[in-house]
Design a protein around this ligand. Structure first.
Ligand SMILES: C[S@@+](CC[C@H](N)C(=O)[O-])C[C@H]1O[C@@H](n2cnc3c(N)ncnc32)[C@H](O)[C@@H]1O
Length: 203
């Protein structure tokens, strides 16, 4: 199939995708990695596009009923998976297509973290709940769980939440020396940090 024709296929017609289908896919990692690795050997951009298009339109084929994490499956949200495939097909050169395929394989098979947090840099796009802009625009304070609004001097819970997710690893200690009503403690226990607080009120 000619490259030009392939680009005219409704690859980016997201109306075809039911938004409710943005579910967590349980993907057969080995099957995907094998197919992508074979494609990376190809010297034909149109063959690559055709195969990726097929993959994109038949994601069910790569889903597995296996749920044991050690058993070679990987979880990925549908929208991120198809975005990664769309990016390959939008490549203008075979080198670029291979680069994106290699990146997809890495995101399926390797975890890359730094000493400061548990964010997997090979899947950074999927952390859409972590604010990476320098200006944090938080529309509404989180009032879920045990947070109470009757103490006026407290944090918006999202602030300690974002800080801990970005600057701690699970199981690490977090000390809030000005604990007040304990927003950091509440958020930390939900996130997996071990919060510790120290605070006093002047008589
Ligand atoms: C603005 S509140 C912090 C609110 C907290 N972030 C929350 O979300 O509930 C400041 C807290 O620091 C405490 N505090 C003030 N000066 C302090 C000091 N010198 N040492 C320890 N705690 C202090 C106050 O008693 C108060 O509980």
């Amino acid at each position: 199939m000619a490259t030009k024709k392939l680009r005219n296929l409704p690859l980016f017609d997201d109306q075809a995708d039911d938004p409710a289908s943005d579910r967590l896919l349980h993907l057969n990692c080995q099957m995907l990695v094998d197919e992508l690795s074979n494609l990376m050997e190809s010297s034909s951009l149109s063959d690559i596009f055709a195969s990726i298009y097929k993959m994109r339109t038949n994601t069910k084929h790569y889903e597995t009923a296996v749920t044991d994490l050690s058993d070679g499956f990987v979880q990925m949200r549908y929208s991120f998976f198809v975005d990664a495939l769309d990016q390959i097909v939008a490549s203008q050169s075979i080198e670029r297509a291979k680069y994106y395929m290699k990146r997809l394989v890495k995101s399926l098979t390797e975890e890359r973290t730094t000493p400061i947090n548990d964010i997997n840099l090979n899947r950074w796009k999927e952390y859409d709940d972590i604010i990476t802009d320098s200006l944090w625009l938080i529309e509404r304070r989180d009032s879920s769980g045990v947070h109470m609004a009757d103490y006026w001097g407290n944090f918006i819970p999202q602030i300690p939440n974002q800080m801990m997710r970005r600057f701690t690893k699970r199981g690490e200690w977090v000390l809030d020396a000005f604990a007040g009503s304990g927003t950091t403690l509440i958020e930390g226990s939900g996130w997996g940090a071990i919060p510790s607080a120290s605070s006093y009120s002047l008589p």
